[in-house]
Design a protein around this ligand. Sequence first.
Ligand code: IPM
Ligand code: MN
Length: 367
Amino acid sequence: MPTLKFAVLPGDYIGPEVMTEALRVLDHVAAREKLTLSYQVADVGGAGIDRHGKALPDSTLALCRESDAILFGSVGGPKWEKLPPKEQPERAALLPLRKAFNLFANIRPGLLYKDLVDASPLKAERIPDGIDIVCIRELTGGIYFGQPKTTTTLDNGEQQAVDTMVYKTSEIERIAEVAAVTARARGRRVCSVDKANVLETSVLWRKTVTAYFAAKHPDLELTHMYVDNAAMQLARNPNQFDVLFTENMFGDILSDEMAVICGSLGMMSSASLGTGLNSFGKPFGLYEPAGGTAPDIAGKGIANPCAQILSGALMLRYSFGLDAVATKIEAAVRKVVTVDGVRTGDIAFGRPTVGTKGMADAIIAAL
Ligand code: IPM
Ligand code: MN
């Protein structure tokens, strides 16, 4: 019986509430599938700051290093907003984790069930069958990490800040491979997004991606789009994309745009895969919902746990190689929300609502 060892970092506000339910679903699935779960919970984000003086405490990082994957909740909120930007929970927890584990590949499914089209700000006639795309974002390169990154005072007394956007061929090729593998399992189409009319890094990106696909994946359809146009096209007709593939900062922006057109943030999961392999010979990864800590509804037991549960499914698929089990969880969430019409407040649209626990109960029943 394989033992799945993962670190659980619930974080702040609704983070622990939805994590509790996701763990309940995972425990249930493990019992049915004869899997042994071995997980330990640790503080991160604001909880890390409050209890250990650091958004990513050393003990938490050590636990992650001993694990095969990280199931992450959400971090940050008003309580820590006055801290300097570099110490804010989001930045001081997530960026070092990405760096420590080389989490270079961020995969965000942009999935909106047909039954939930009302949750999208797009007109229903533009997305009659919902939305089904994926965004692949490079996560450890580009302007987020490039050096120099400084603020200096000029001779005339004014301040000047510099961020540096850097990409190497090898960094572009490894994320291109993730985009290709993802597309191969879906609609076989990749749209690479850049700003090659202005940026040197984008010129190299486009050239490298073109050569890589020609050499390794000639049977996949590869197109290129400038990022400003991609932002418009997402809002016009998101389903023209299959796999949307881009560098770190463009991906930060486009994946949030994608999340909002897909309706409730409470449904959006994500995977961040590292370069290293875990003891299963699979990528070490961090799995987190895209919705944030929702301080306004924290403590009420009404947050939608689906994104956290679906992130758990992604963990089973990518870091433990349990694709069929992951698919069962995804199918159960889909059935409960669409066929059974079980809804938390964020996706209710006038229907009766259940709370965080009620939604998880329904998913467990469906499983
Ligand atoms: C995200 C977040 C992070 C990012 C922040 C919190 C550092 O916005 O995961 O998209 O910009 O990457
Ligand atoms: Mn973001």
